[in-house]
Write a protein that binds this ligand. Structure first.
Ligand SMILES: [Zn+2]
Length: 394
């Protein structure tokens, strides 16, 4: 049975230390390098799609979460508030939306500003019970690839469709196995904001997007967020189970709570809706999934070490490894031990490219290049580097 906790230990991707606390993993250099590559990819995709990135703190005054509705509807998933002084209480945030609503509100908005797309890869916290915590799949400290689109309700459908397309591309690049769509609707109970006409309208918008896409989907009553319906892009894990990484949610509630508005063409003040979306979900859940699906052998573009340079004898390889690093590859030189042992070690650590540089190759300015799962090729240095770079892009 493939288990990301075991692989995470063997490949030194992340570490859980009882002194730091359960569900509060530490990303080790190899895991951090892979995560960084994925974060860069997502940020670039978002930039191209017209998002603006912000930073906001993972802690805020408790009043912020009273206003957002998180404390009234979501308190049992939050850490208890922290008291700094009698009238100063803070909460670890359970979501980034309230801060992004404040970004929207930081100045007056007109219809020309919309859709306003705000993105952040930010930290947040959930008070998971210690019994359910394990590795990266269920954690208390979460780094979420988050984004919020503020727009009129009649523009929300096209924004949701654009997000679904971005998710499709990201899944293909990351090697995620898609398993279809789930339309999560509200259900009975006081967990949900009480506004039947808005539930109906927003659920219709999402249904319309899925219909226009021509994809099949299942409807799941009682799986919506408390503030609105959502489309969950389901993926299938190594055990064949369905799970959610990526989601698009249509929220008619928080904009009203925060009294967000914009001045429309005709001068009237109108209320936007908020599309909450995550292209790949949290870094923790994503990597728990990716480690298992790829059995630790990530696609080359986000492999922690992409190129292992193995000199034979005391041949000089510094120029080659320096040019590989300068070209953007994560490369390292390994000299200790026999060549066979070093090749085995690189394979064990799932390094996608191995370059053996012997005396013959050094004089010929060529490297004997092993690419994971392919046979050896003897290539001149510039060609070897170009071949690696071409395969190291998403
Ligand atoms: Zn949100």
């Amino acid at each position: 049975m493939i288990d990301h906790r075991k692989l995470g230990r063997e490949l030194e991707l992340f570490h859980s230390d009882p002194l730091a606390g359960a569900g509060l993993p530490i990303w080790l250099p190899a895991g951090a390098a892979a995560r960084h590559a994925v974060e860069e990819y997502i940020r670039e995709e978002e930039r191209r799609a017209g998002y603006q990135h912000v930073y906001s703190p993972p802690v805020a005054k408790r009043q912020l979460y009273e206003l957002s509705g998180h404390l009234p509807h979501f308190a049992e998933d939050m850490f208890p508030p922290m008291r700094l002084s009698a009238d100063d209480e803070f909460a670890l945030r359970p979501a980034l939306c309230p801060h992004h609503a404040l970004v929207y509100r930081s100045r007056g908005r007109s219809y020309r500003d919309l859709p306003l797309r705000i993105a952040e890869l930010g930290g947040m916290y959930r008070a998971e019970r210690s019994g359910v915590l394990g590795g990266l799949s269920r954690v208390r400290s979460i780094w979420l690839n988050d984004g919020h689109i503020f727009c009129p309700l009649d523009r929300a459908g096209e924004e949701v469709a654009a997000v679904l397309e971005m998710i499709r591309r990201a899944h293909a690049a990351l090697g995620v196995r898609p398993a279809g769509f789930r339309l999560s609707l509200h259900g009975a109970g006081d967990k949900y904001v009480d506004n039947p006409p808005m539930w109906e309208r927003t659920e219709d918008v999402l249904r319309g997007v899925l219909k226009d896409l021509g994809v099949s989907y299942v409807e799941a009553p009682g799986e919506a967020a408390f503030y609105g319906p959502k489309i969950d892009v389901q993926v299938v894990d190594v055990a064949g189970r369905e799970m959610t990484l990526s989601t698009v949610q249509l929220d008619f509630h928080q904009a009203a709570r925060f009294e967000l508005s914009y001045v429309d063409r005709d001068g009237a003040r109108r209320r936007p809706v908020i599309v909450h979306r995550s292209v790949v979900g949290s870094m923790e859940r994503l990597f728990a999934y990716l480690i298992e699906v790829h059995e630790g052998a990530f696609p080359a573009w986000y492999a922690p070490v992409q190129l292992e340079v193995l000199p034979v004898g005391d041949v000089a390889v510094e120029r080659f490894s320096r040019s590989a690093i300068a070209a953007g590859l994560r490369a390292e030189v390994s000299r200790e031990g026999t060549l066979a042992a070093r090749i085995r070690d690189a394979a064990r650590r799932k390094v996608p490219f191995v370059a053996v540089v012997g005396p013959r190759e050094a004089t010929a300015s060529a490297v004997n290049l092993r690419i994971r799962d392919t046979s050896d090729q003897l290539l001149p240095e510039p060609e070897a580097l170009a071949a690696l770079l071409a395969r190291a892009r998403p």
